[in-house]
Design a protein. Structure first.
Length: 112
């Protein structure tokens, strides 16, 4: 099992607004992109890293997140910087591990 963080559109709008207008992070999402996202979907954080710069200048650590918008979205992955405590407050869910690949005889297959 692994823990996966996610956001709905309402939370994405709020965090994006804070990131852009209060912290002035340089990785925010344009309003036209957020407005085009469906309101009834959840968006998964697929990658996160600690980041410490804005436009090349050192700043307090914050989180740089890649957010998957779904297979039907023309936007694919979005990048959003957010304050670390906001990231910690994101809802999460436990995701089961992928099953081990097996062949026709139900024998585990080596994955390279």
């Amino acid at each position: 099992m692994r823990t996966v963080k996610y956001l709905d559109k309402e939370l994405l709008v709020k965090i994006n607004d804070i990131s852009e207008n209060i912290y002035h992070f340089n990785r925010t999402i344009p309003a036209r992109v957020i407005n085009a996202l469906p309101a009834d979907k959840f968006f998964i954080v697929t990658f996160v890293m600690l980041h410490e710069h804005i436009a090349g200048k050192a700043v307090d650590p914050h989180m740089r997140c890649m957010i998957y918008t779904g297979p039907d979205s023309p936007h694919g992955q979005l990048i959003l910087d957010m304050e670390a405590t906001l990231y910690d407050l994101l809802p999460s869910v436990e995701q089961p591990d992928a099953p081990e690949p097996v062949n026709d005889n139900n024998t585990p297959v080596a994955v390279s």
